[in-house]
Unconditional design. Structure first.
Length: 263
């Protein structure tokens, strides 16, 4: 499996992805908003984009579909309940469905509600574990729930699905928010050494050259994966004095997301 991460450079800080089979040259485009860059990169590499996967229905993830389809004839894949929200969907997928790219690449669909209720993450099969997490999991952060989402569903997605993936899993999110997210982590957990080490690396960085993180690293510096940390809870109780001394993980997650909404 070959992964090409494409930095759009737009104000929303989107990442787009091409996932290619090295044997056949077929490629899957994930959320190809910047269709020009995606098509140019595929041409440069000698790949043929045959499929498009939209992680969810928001325009900054679907806005490039029509141009890529017009140029390549690629088939659009999305959550099986998102068809009416995304024009031209050829295949609706559910949890456990597999997207095959060429002869060697298999990506398993995960039904990951929270940011929206029709959100798909992809995990790779094979020797290179990878997660294409859309707007569900960001580097050092979690997606918002403003536009058709649900924070309690997002919590369940983190705990029941993402948190159980192997620590070696590479994380490919839909946006670059890592600098601000790490600052949020350190505001909640000032003694987090992993966040303190990583922040200078990403302060004012070029997102096109950013190092890919793993889930193991995320568990060290992503506040939304540190729900039982005594330091996180202590700081949270200063913001929400009504919380019990040992709030349950769901309450911690919900309150962290509430704080992050205005960070």
């Amino acid at each position: 499996m070959i992964v090409e991460r494409i930095w759009t450079g737009n104000t929303l800080r989107n990442y787009n992805y091409l996932v290619a089979c090295p044997e056949s040259g077929e490629a899957l485009a994930i959320d190809p908003l910047d269709h020009q860059k995606c098509l140019a990169k595929a041409k440069e590499k000698g790949w043929q984009i045959t499929q498009i996967l939209n992680t969810h229905e928001h325009h900054d993830h679907t806005g490039g579909n029509a141009a890529v389809v017009a140029a390549t004839g690629a088939k659009i894949i999305a959550h099986h309940r998102a068809g009416k929200r995304i024009e031209g969907v050829a295949r609706g997928v559910a949890a456990g469905d597999v997207i095959k790219v060429g002869r060697t690449v298999e990506l398993e669909c995960m039904d990951t509600p929270g940011h929206t209720m029709c959100h798909i993450c992809l995990r790779s099969h094979g020797d290179r574990p990878a997660l294409f997490s859309g707007d569900t999991l960001f580097n050092a952060g979690a997606g918002n729930c403003h536009n058709g989402g649900n924070v309690e569903e997002l919590y369940q997605t983190f705990v029941d699905q993402l948190g159980r993936l192997p620590d070696a899993t590479e994380v490919y999110p839909g946006h670059d928010y890592i600098e601000n997210n790490l600052r949020f982590t350190l505001a909640r957990e000032p003694g987090n050494e992993a966040a303190s080490r990583r922040l200078p690396e990403v302060t004012g960085h070029d997102p096109a050259k950013a190092r890919v993180t793993t889930l193991g690293e995320e568990k060290q510096f992503n506040t939304f994966m540190r729900l039982t940390s005594a330091a996180v809870i202590e700081a949270l109780r200063k913001e929400f004095p009504e919380l019990p001394r040992q709030p349950d993980p769901k309450t911690v997650f919900v309150k962290l997301r509430e704080l992050r909404n205005t960070w």
